[in-house]
Design a protein around this ligand. Sequence first.
Ligand SMILES: [Zn+2]
Length: 71
Amino acid sequence: MAVPKKATSVSRKGKRRAGQHHKLYRKFPFLCTNCGTLTLPHKMCSSCGVYKGNEIVELKAEEDNSEETEA
Ligand SMILES: [Zn+2]
């Protein structure tokens, strides 16, 4: 039976399986410049819909709030 010359070490396997966890919970997390919540790099903020200071998506929650204040 063929055996691989270099087996994958426990630490290397653990790093690979950790995946996005290290990006999310790293020492200096990506915070939204608009609302300050935790976001992923190169992604729109999921809570306010802003990316690099530009509003990409108007979220339904904000629209509901504005309607309540008008009424
Ligand atoms: Zn935000």
